[in-house]
Ligand binder design. Sequence first.
Ligand code: SF4
Length: 409
Amino acid sequence: MVAPPRSAYLHIPFCHKRCFYCDFSIIPLGDSAQIPGSPGINSINAYLDLLHREISISPKGPALSTIYLGGGTPSLLKKNELGDLLKNLQRKFGFQDGAEITMEVDPSTFFENDLIGYIEIGINRFSLGGQSFDDSILASIGRKHNRSELIEACKWVNNLFKKGLLRSWSLDLIQNLPGINLSKWIKELELAVQVEAPHLSIYDLSIEPDTVFGRRHKKGNLNIPIELVAEKIDFETNRFLKSRGFSRYEISNYSLPGHASRHNRTYWNGSGWWAFGMGATSAPWGQRFSRPRTISGYKNWLEQQESHSLEKTLFFEESKRMPLDELLMIGLRRREGVHLEELAKNVGWTQKECNKNLELLDKYWLNYLKEGYLMKNNGRYFLSDPKGMMISNQILIQMFSWWDALDFE
Ligand code: SF4
């Protein structure tokens, strides 16, 4: 029996405009997003109505230990709007004492007082979407904020943290953005440490086809670092942050002791989670389900769910756990990796199936094991850091080839 979820994600899809690299499920509102009576506000109200309706048709479950308000830009919403959503969620599930409640905030959307308001409704961790401290890079990726706004936002958040009003906070940066080089990147990291972020998410730029960057890349007009420079940047990120006391607990996440994100661990551990909202992916019983990515699609889907009896909604599809290949894909991202046989047995494999199939994976991974990219210790596999983490995609491609070749009788 799969343990019921204790985490929930709420998707707030609104943004001022779409950043050039972003293919998330969002609704750009322009500058009207925060002006009373504007069309932007009407869109927000209509969406919130749908989100409340989705929460109210969800079955109940045990009290939540982590809640994450992501997007999009949740900080385009007022504290009361988010507070009402949290109250609705709390009525449905209850929150455990000390639950981690994270909210993503965009530096161009708030003042210090707004953050205090969010803390009043229960937020105890902010994740700040900085991406870069470099003005020319920020402009070239389509962000609305600039360097000084980001530094000020970091100060506000950190002050609240130091006053004991937050349990932690995080800063997102993207490495390998167009225009970056190694010396500029080191300055970005120095600043991230200077603003005292206790948790850093350092993402690699991912080029998605249906974005401004995807189109530029296709035409050969995107000046991203060549592979060798990208590798050096990744290597230096790891060296620099470790020398400042950070530990890399997942491929893209570094934290000072005690500041790892509990919510994100849920995803990487393969535990179930609830999710609500347009485009949001949930996996309450392990199997992932992604909601439609447009507002009309989401509304239609929600109406269908409302017209079913509860037992027939997706919430009750306690079918199978997440398949082993997906669990391996996410589990290998963690520093501690995965215990292959334990994982296989957890998803229902018999000892006979384990004996027959698991050793075969070593053959697919032979070169990576030999050359120290992948480590194996008492049945536990983990990527070496930074060598293996840098080429995790190649290692996963071999794993998927093994998976495709498996013969289940
Ligand atoms: S602010 Fe975030 S979610 Fe919104 S468009 Fe930019 S990257 Fe995408």
